[in-house]
Design a binder for this molecule. Structure first.
Ligand SMILES: N[C@@H](CCC(=O)N[C@@H](CS)C(=O)NCC(=O)O)C(=O)O
Length: 202
């Protein structure tokens, strides 16, 4: 059985949990408390030298880190990852966008908020807010002309971007100026097998 090292509040972990549920794949979940430093113990660093969850362990013992790489691995051969060369690359384009232009701002402000670290990082907040809002604007522009990110259908690009966007308010982002994005959130929520971020697989 697949084993997922995970932290329930994590949007990066949620991406993987959500896709596993939508694919109907059973898995064992191992909770790693990032606030208690459990990702930085010698034991965990032996599993993932980068000291982060999510981490997927395959039945043969191989391991795969980075949420979006895990999504690509799981989605291979399914409708969630198109076969067409350009469409596949466009899925990757949005997943790289998520990691470089979205997650470092939207996810980090949410993390600082719930971990009580907002005050300690006060000087960095305005830039995070500005760059996160810029990412939302890019999404809004695309979604005002397309129902999903690639090829008119739900793919792992939507999974990757949904994870932290649908809880962006928890980091203080107001989504009301982005109506096309809000309509897309509803479409994603309505996909078969959608589960909330708090779903633990049990
Ligand atoms: N680019 C990575 C980011 C993973 C990441 O930042 N994980 C956080 C939780 S969301 C973590 O494990 N933090 C604990 C730590 O840095 O020690 C991915 O997409 O999987």
């Amino acid at each position: 059985m697949l084993r997922l090292y995970d932290y329930l509040e994590s949007g990066n972990g949620y991406k993987v949990r959500l896709l596993l549920h939508q694919l109907g794949i059973a898995f064992e979940r191992v909770e790693v408390d990032i606030l208690a430093g459990e990702t930085r113990t010698p034991e965990f660093l032996r599993l993932n030298p980068n000291g982060r969850i999510p981490l997927l362990e395959l039945p043969d013992g191989s391991r795969l880190a980075e949420s979006n790489a895990i999504l690509a691995y799981l989605a291979e051969g399914t409708p969630y990852l198109p076969d067409d060369r350009l469409a596949r690359a466009q899925v990757l384009q949005w997943m790289f966008f998520e990691q470089y232009s979205h997650e470092p701002f939207i996810a980090v402000l949410r993390f600082w908020t719930f971990a009580g670290r907002l005050e300690a990082n006060r000087a960095a907040v305005p830039e995070k807010r500005e760059r996160g809002t810029a990412a939302l604007r890019v999404m809004e522009q695309h979604l005002s002309e397309h129902p999903f990110f690639v090829g008119g259908a739900y793919t792992i690009a939507d999974v990757a971007l949904y994870a932290y966007t649908h809880v962006a308010d928890e980091g203080g982002f107001d989504l009301s100026p982005f109506p096309a994005l809000c309509a897309w959130l509803e479409r994603v929520r309505g996909q078969p097998g959608n589960v909330p971020i708090t779903w633990s697989g049990a």
